[in-house]
Write a protein that binds this ligand. Structure first.
Ligand SMILES: Cc1cc2nc3c(=O)[nH]c(=O)nc-3n(C[C@H](O)[C@H](O)[C@H](O)COP(=O)(O)OP(=O)(O)OC[C@H]3O[C@@H](n4cnc5c(N)ncnc54)[C@H](O)[C@@H]3O)c2cc1C
Length: 295
């Protein structure tokens, strides 16, 4: 389903109907000191999903129905109450599976890291708007620019772009080599990867935006996901070069479907706010002010 176009031109992002599904954990492995890959069988959600969309993941396996300690009802499955939003990293619609790559940031993701194959996790998704449909000008350069935990959604984005006839190039940055979570997936999905690390432990030393500045030409297209400062730099570079940019803004959120208003992103025209969960997380760069809101 095509999303309605925002002011300022045609919109190629997609929205899906979302469903609840108890997904089967197929595999989980630790990819780095603080991050994991989780492969899930989700035959209802996977065929509906588009790259850039995300899932709300209940971090504890679905309750077994067995009584808890001292015969009390097992309420563990509802603590923590809120699911955690995670971007889809790889996607196999025909096979009915998908993966997420996540960093252990706090209690929820620490619990998720203990999920084992054979257990089931409750998912809601696919949520939000995708990256834009990549079809069209095959020769138009497409740069995938990811930073830290913004890298994972660029894997299925690369595969989608390739399927649409594009030849995406990925610039993936982190403080050091261990932080390049999802970079192997991006490469496996068909985008040549240039790693850029602040400490020089992998690829080129520096910031992804240093390398993007050298590569970017007027009329190019950029899909980017990462921390707010990086997105703001990508936004500025693309505006200066006359390149089209789409930014995936992973603002902290509670509900994921437009009700709680926790993920407000300021509109660049000063006309109020958009919600990262339903008006994004992928936005046209010119439509939003990606700086974190003051708390
Ligand atoms: C649409 C979307 C997609 C996301 N995709 C991924 C992904 O693919 N991989 C991944 O590792 N993470 C992703 N995140 C971030 C992830 O949801 C949080 O790291 C997670 O919810 C933290 O939960 P927790 O209980 O472990 O930590 P908490 O105890 O809830 O928080 C730990 C710390 O992380 C901070 N935090 C929580 N959410 C965010 C956020 N969105 N951005 C920056 N800081 C945050 C908190 O303020 C706190 O300081 C995504 C977020 C959104 C909104």
């Amino acid at each position: 389903m095509e999303a309605p176009g925002p002011a300022g031109g045609p919109d190629r992002r997609r929205r899906s109907p979302w469903v609840r599904e108890e997904a089967l954990v197929l595999a989980q492995d630790q990819g780095g000191p603080d991050w994991f890959r989780l492969l899930l069988r989700a035959p209802r959600i996977a065929p509906l999903a588009w790259p850039g969309q995300f899932l709300q993941v209940a971090v504890r396996p679905v309750a077994t129905g067995l009584p808890g300690p001292a015969g009390a009802p097992d309420l563990a499955g509802s603590d923590p109450l809120l699911p955690r939003p995670l971007s889809i990293c790889t996607l196999d619609p025909e096979g009915g599976s998908l993966s997420v790559v996540y960093r252990v940031a706090g209690r929820g993701t620490a619990l998720l890291a203990s999920a084992r194959p054979g257990e089931r996790l409750a998912l809601l998704g696919p949520l939000g708007l995708s990256f834009p449909d990549p079809g069209g000008a095959a020769s138009r350069p497409l740069h995938l620019v990811g930073g830290g935990l913004g890298i994972p959604p660029l894997a299925c984005a690369a595969a989608w772009a390739r399927a649409g006839g594009r030849r995406p190039q990925a610039l993936l940055g982190a403080r050091g080599a261990a932080g390049l979570a999802g970079a192997a997936e991006v490469a496996a999905c068909g985008a040549p990867v240039q790693a850029v690390t602040e400490d020089g432990s992998a690829g080129v030393r520096g910031l992804v935006t240093d390398v993007l500045r050298e590569r970017l030409a007027p009329g190019d297209e950029v899909w980017s996901c990462g921390p707010p400062a990086m997105l703001a730099a990508v936004q500025r570079l693309c505006a200066a070069q006359g390149a089209e940019a789409w930014l995936c803004v992973e603002r902290a959120m509670a509900c994921g479907f437009g009700v709680c208003l926790g993920c407000a992103v300021a509109r660049s025209d000063g006309g109020g706010f958009l919600r990262a969960c339903v008006d994004g997380p992928v936005f046209r760069a010119g439509d939003v002010d990606v700086a974190e809101p003051r708390r």
